[in-house]
Design a binder for this molecule. Structure first.
Ligand code: SAM
Length: 293
């Protein structure tokens, strides 16, 4: 039995363990306090007093002055993966939403791909672009934004790329974040992938046209496999290669045009697919190697 709730999904468990919401809340607050404590060496003794947590849509940060922020870290919704506002429904019922003084999440500006909200990739992309424009406005010149993101769909990635470019931010570096264990969503959700891509962007002194490039995905995959450790390892799995390929394409100014399933096909057709498990065709767990013939 799972020791606690599975995050990011609504479900009826066959066995249910009762969780005390107040304890969960306390745990979250303790995490925030620990983060503020960790910031003390950089920010001095007042770090707890001048910590500011506010709630608003990232598409409108009008309370934050222009060019006042040193660094932005953003972990936005990954397109269609998790329906955050809908998942709030149960909490909000418990908190008296719909009654006098109660509140419901305003979904109007939620950046999400959702049938029930009538938002496709176009609407999601516009909201993300508005958020990137606000980030660019509040950042000081030459300062950085770190974006953590991943998705299996090329059109979702393209929307993110367009938003970053239109805002005047420039991608300067890309890394892959290994979350080390797969979440429930990574195993089950349509748009979920195992590794996140960390995109570091800098605010330019003045907007310039983004460079356009023509990198070859097959060549990038070959180079990644040539540089990977020998034998079965995570660096040779499709999820890892997809994250690395996406990162390389973004860094070199290429548009993402391949879905995860296209990358899988490219891998299968051009490299040797070896089983990580005894029945790889059932689990999809392959690792890839350069062909020797
Ligand atoms: C990937 S989660 C971030 C989770 C967070 N890093 C954490 O560890 O709790 C994305 C979050 O963005 C929120 N979100 C969606 N649209 C937004 C908007 N327009 N402005 C601000 N936040 C938004 C979602 O409700 C969700 O909480």
């Amino acid at each position: 039995m799972a020791p606690g709730p599975i995050l990011g999904t609504m479900y009826l468990p066959s066995f249910s363990a009762e969780i005390n919401p107040l304890q969960l809340f306390k745990r979250r607050i303790n995490l925030l306090c620990r983060a503020a404590e960790d910031a003390r060496p950089q920010r001095g003794m007042d770090s707890l007093n001048d910590l500011c947590i506010s709630t608003q849509s990232a598409t409108d940060l009008s309370a934050v002055p222009d060019e006042s922020i040193d660094y932005v870290f953003t972990d936005p919704p990954f397109g269609q993966n998790i329906m955050y506002s809908e998942l709030n429904f149960l909490w909000e019922c418990g908190l008296g939403s719909g009654t006098a003084g109660g509140r419901r999440t305003d979904k109007t500006l939620e950046a999400v791909v959702s049938k029930s909200q009538g938002k496709g990739v176009g609407e999601y992309g516009e909201l993300m672009a508005a958020a990137f424009a606000e980030i660019n406005r509040v950042l000081k010149k030459d300062r950085w934004m770190t974006l953590v993101f991943h998705n299996t769909r090329a059109d979702v990635w393209a929307a993110i790329q367009r938003g970053i470019n239109a805002a005047g931010l420039r991608v300067e570096g890309v890394q892959t974040l290994d979350k080390s264990h797969q979440t429930f969503k990574q195993v089950t959700a349509e748009g979920a992938v195992g590794y996140d891509v960390v995109v570091n962007c800098r605010k330019l002194p003045r907007p310039i046209r983004p460079k356009s490039a023509q990198a070859k995905p097959l060549q990038i995959l070959s180079d990644l496999l040539a540089g990977a450790p020998q034998g079965p390892c995570k660096q040779r799995t499709a999820r890892h290669l997809h994250a690395r390929l996406t990162g390389e394409l973004i860094k070199s100014g290429n548009n993402i045009t391949m879905d995860y399933k296209d990358v899988l096909q490219l891998l299968h057709h051009n490299f040797e697919a070896l089983g990580l498990k005894s029945r790889p065709e059932a689990s999809g767990e392959y690792w890839y190697a350069l062909r020797t013939d």
